[in-house]
Design a protein around this ligand. Structure first.
Ligand code: HEC
Length: 167
């Protein structure tokens, strides 16, 4: 495969796997929300293991955000996403472009199960960030409660368009 600079090593690994997933997902469901408009919670969301609508109980809770910030650093989220979430070797988590969607359920499942498992649940990349790579799962090293707290921290550093907030 000598396709030039636009093919990164990540895509070389991921493309064959993704091609299969795309076919499966396309057959099953079409999450059609473009990245610039916030996907509505009532939109065509594939249902994950937990099912139903998941809501973060800690959004805008200052104490949980402070704990989430500690987790952000102690669980090395900062190593990939940058200390204040602006990205680096991995996508930023503060802008209004969301790879799989911006709602609580999607992001909870992404952090818990990782992007490979998430795609097996039927999610596809609907948004495009500067870097395309897999996100590792944290479900074995973080409790659900900790995941919600770190997500509350992520919400607190959001710099995108306030109108696109759907959480
Ligand atoms: C090894 C690097 C790495 C680590 C560590 C990591 N992430 Fe990620 N994260 C990624 C990548 C890569 C993506 C994009 C996934 C994709 O495109 O499938 C991502 C995506 C995300 C997104 C969605 C971003 C968007 O624009 O849609 C959130 C939120 C997120 N990560 C939160 C976290 C949290 C919280 C932690 C720590 C518990 C964490 N990440 C740890 C690599 C990492």
């Amino acid at each position: 495969m000598k396709r030039g600079k636009r093919t990164t090593s990540w895509t070389r690994y991921l493309l064959p796997a993704l091609a299969g997933l795309w076919l499966t997902a396309a057959a099953a469901q079409q999450p059609a929300a473009p990245s610039q408009t916030a996907p509505t919670p009532s939109g065509p969301q594939p249902s994950g293991a937990a099912g139903g609508a998941l809501k973060n109980p800690y959004t805008d809770n200052p104490q949980a955000i402070a704990e989430g910030k500690k987790l952000w650093f102690s669980r090395s989220c900062n190593g990939c996403h940058g200390g204040m979430g602006g990205g680096g070797m991995c996508p930023p988590v503060i802008n209004d472009t969301w790879v799989y969607g911006s709602d609580d359920k999607t992001l909870f499942e992404l952090i818990k199960y990782g992007s490979v498992e998430l795609q097996k649940k039927g999610y596809t990349r609907i948004g495009r960030e500067n870097v395309v790579a897999p996100m590792p799962p944290f479900g074995s090293v973080m409790s659900d409660d900790e995941i919600w707290k770190v997500l509350a921290f992520v919400r607190s550093i959001y710099h995108g368009d306030p109108k696109l907030r759907n959480w």
